[in-house]
Design a protein around this ligand. Structure first.
Ligand code: SF4
Length: 301
């Protein structure tokens, strides 16, 4: 075992810390984490944690969500400058403006939003439960933000609701193309193609399954296929391979990397645990209002 890994394990015990990591983190971080998951799984885990410290290996909105759900814990974000460009595409003032234009609409925000935006949101959702949340909200019109491709996916599943889509996107998932998909089909005709709902509509429409990262993991376990083409951030492939050693996984086209997700290193994790730095703090009122929208999601699913 590497010295740095030993050091992190010791620090974790000494500080009574738990390490949560997103599926897109580098393999070394996934391997040392106590729990690896997607946004919803991590949000639920963050709620249950009773350790004094949560070291959140992911991007800022995820660590903010952990703090919102478990305000008495010290939540640390090892890569303090790891943001999410998609989350940054929705600003609180623009959301308030939109609410004025559609006063009867419900605001449903993807969990990839800042704590401020969550504080003016009626219900949050993740890619795995967006359709269920929208089906269950008591409104005919929904302002859905910030990912328009996830909005497209939900609109297809729930045509009876009117969705007003935000003009945001994830630059990582937008890089997968229909051309990539056609080439993959030619090269691996027996493979299943699984893509994330943040991919462009034409990629979603031509894939075998459109799934969240947790949905992809479940599908890979359950399917009889031996080869899978994966249209999401390349970090998930580490976990897919680890949990399914008898199956093959390839990225759809070139591997696509979220640079913010890759900012967390073992060194940053060790330093932030050692010095208890990079703590997430949020104003009390924002935290309380944001918590209502996240708790509402958990009620609606
Ligand atoms: S993969 Fe996309 S949505 Fe996820 S953190 Fe990176 S930029 Fe944001």
């Amino acid at each position: 075992m590497d010295d740095i890994v030993k050091e992190i394990i010791m620090l974790k015990q000494e500080k009574d810390a738990v390490i949560l990591a997103h599926n897109y983190q580098i393999p070394a971080i996934q391997d040392i984490a106590d729990f690896v998951g997607d946004s919803l799984e991590l949000a639920k885990k963050a709620r249950e944690v009773d350790s004094s410290i949560v070291a959140f290996c992911g991007v800022r909105f995820m660590a903010e969500t952990a703090k919102i759900l478990n305000p008495d814990r010290k939540v640390l974000l090892p890569a303090f400058n790891a943001g999410c460009p998609l989350a940054d595409m929705a600003k609180i003032d623009d959301v308030l403006e939109m609410k004025k234009r559609y006063p009867d609409a419900y605001v449903v925000s993807y969990i990839n939003t800042s704590a401020e935006v969550k504080s003016v949101t009626d219900v949050c959702c993740t890619s795995s439960n967006a359709a269920t949340v929208i089906r269950n909200v008591p409104a005919e019109t929904v302002i859905f933000l910030p990912d328009k491709n996830l909005g497209y996916f939900v609109q297809k599943a729930k045509p009876e609701k009117k969705l007003i889509l935000w003009d945001g996107y994830c630059y990582v998932h937008r890089m997968f193309t229909l051309e990539d998909l056609k080439k993959a089909r030619e090269k691996y005709p027996a493979a299943e193609i699984l893509v994330h709902p943040e991919c462009n509509p034409e990629v979603q429409d031509n894939a075998d399954f459109v799934l969240s990262t947790s949905g992809m993991l479940k599908r890979a376990h359950a399917s009889e296929a031996k080869t899978f083409i994966i249209g999401t951030e390349e970090g998930l492939i580490h976990r897919l391979k680890k949990e399914n050693p008898d199956k093959e996984f390839f990225s759809l086209g070139a591997s696509r990397v979220c640079f913010n997700m890759k900012k967390t290193t073992l060194e940053l994790l060790r330093d932030c645990l050692k010095n208890e730095t990079n703590e997430i703090t949020l104003p009390q009122d924002i935290m309380e209002k944001a918590r209502n929208s996240v708790e509402a999601m958990i009620r609606y699913i």
